[in-house]
Design a binder for this molecule. Structure first.
Ligand SMILES: [Zn+2]
Length: 370
């Protein structure tokens, strides 16, 4: 990954390169931004630049042995601490090469896309063993480079028992060690970790850039514009629909049947949907809530200013047209608030079945107040 591969990051790149030039690069850096921002790519480009054996003034060369090793996921001084759901150690070749494969098709992977890539079924976390292994490895000198770089993606997923050991290391790491922490939920990162790193906010890409990036990979896809609109230009969600042909329709059908069941308080169907929801991974469940939130926001917009039919698939447009006839803006706002509340509970590991059922009943009460 090179800086030149990432559009619209001129200012932050310049800041990082200036710090490096004057040997003032902090030992712990926290890159934060949404999943529509190139946080991950930027930290990877900086790591590639620092390891490069023939770096140019403003970028890595992309062809030296070091650049190639990073590209193949086999650089001995590059470590990736990633949330996983098994106890396979982070040095496992499988995870590193899978991570690099994912980055080649996604400049800012979502947890859902990562979980899919590694075949994770359960909740992701950074296991204690991985942190212990990292800490024990830190004192060893780099093998081929000036630095050992530890790229920690989603530090909010650290096992809580490791926090203290980690803090001590973050405070006084050996001179040859750099930590790149990358998060999309800075509010969930321990404040003590945040306070020990220098922060770099990475702005989200513009809608135009997201469109350009996806157009390069899926040029001429007949649904690209509609799906970008449906997802409010959410890169990962749109890409998921583009990658798997039926993904959008399956999600919309699930939502459609579920909402109808909420309205009718159809117990049998609600239980069925609850059971189905519970079989998904936590990241898939969160992604569904986002989909519903996006759709509700479109409906709210439609209440005040009807959306053009060409912006979305015909069946979705028909659904929105019919639904806004039976709800008003106050009810939509209540449902959006409910979804946001349940989304946060889901992130805090609430029991999926009970959460889904209580949301369904709460939506019924909004739709059919006593
Ligand atoms: Zn190079």
């Amino acid at each position: 990954m090179l800086f030149q591969d990432i559009p619209d990051t001129f200012h932050i790149k310049k800041k990082l390169l200036t710090l490096e030039k004057y040997h003032r690069l902090p030992h712990a850096q926290l890159f934060f931004g949404t999943f529509n921002s190139p946080c991950v790519s930027l930290s990877m480009a900086l790591a590639t630049y620092l390891h490069c054996q023939a770096k140019k003034e403003e970028d890595a060369c992309g062809v030296c042995k070091s650049c190639q090793k990073i590209d193949r996921g086999i650089h001995p001084d590059m470590y990736y601490i990633l949330p996983i759901n098994s106890r396979v150690l982070y040095t496992a070749h499988h995870y590193t090469t899978t991570w690099m494969r994912l980055l080649k098709k996604n400049f800012s992977p979502s947890l859902e896309s990562w979980a899919t890539e590694i075949g994770a079924q359960k909740q992701l976390m950074i296991p204690k063993e991985i942190t212990q292994k990292m800490l024990s490895n830190i004192k060893n000198l780099p093998i081929e480079s000036d630095y050992k770089i530890f790229l920690i993606w989603c530090p909010e997923y650290f096992h809580v028992s490791m926090a203290n050991a980690l803090l001590k290391t973050l405070e006084e790491p050996p001179v040859h060690v750099l930590f790149f922490l990358v998060t999309h939920n800075i509010d969930q990162v321990l404040p003590t970790i945040i306070s020990r790193a220098q922060h770099f906010h990475v702005p989200s890409f513009s809608k135009k850039n997201i469109h350009q990036i996806l157009s390069q990979s899926y040029q001429g896809h007949p649904k690209l514009d509609q799906w970008l609109f449906m997802s409010h230009h959410d890169f990962n969600m749109t890409q998921k629909w583009l990658v798997r042909a039926n993904a959008f329709q399956e999600t919309f059908t699930f939502f459609h049947i579920w909402l109808r069941s909420c309205f009718k308080k159809d117990s049998a169907q609600l239980i069925k949907k609850m059971e189905e929801f519970a079989t998904w991974t936590q990241t898939e469940q969160c992604s569904f809530f986002f989909f519903v939130l996006y759709l509700m926001k479109h409906m709210l917009h439609h209440c005040f200013n009807p959306l053009p039919a060409s912006k979305m698939p015909a069946d979705v447009y028909l659904f929105i047209q019919n639904f806004v006839k039976i709800v008003d803006d106050t009810q939509l706002i209540q449902m959006i608030q409910l979804l946001q509340q349940k989304y946060h509970q889901l992130q805090r590991n609430a029991q999926a079945k009970m959460l889904f059922l209580s949301l369904s009943l709460a939506i019924h009460r909004v739709l059919k107040p006593l």
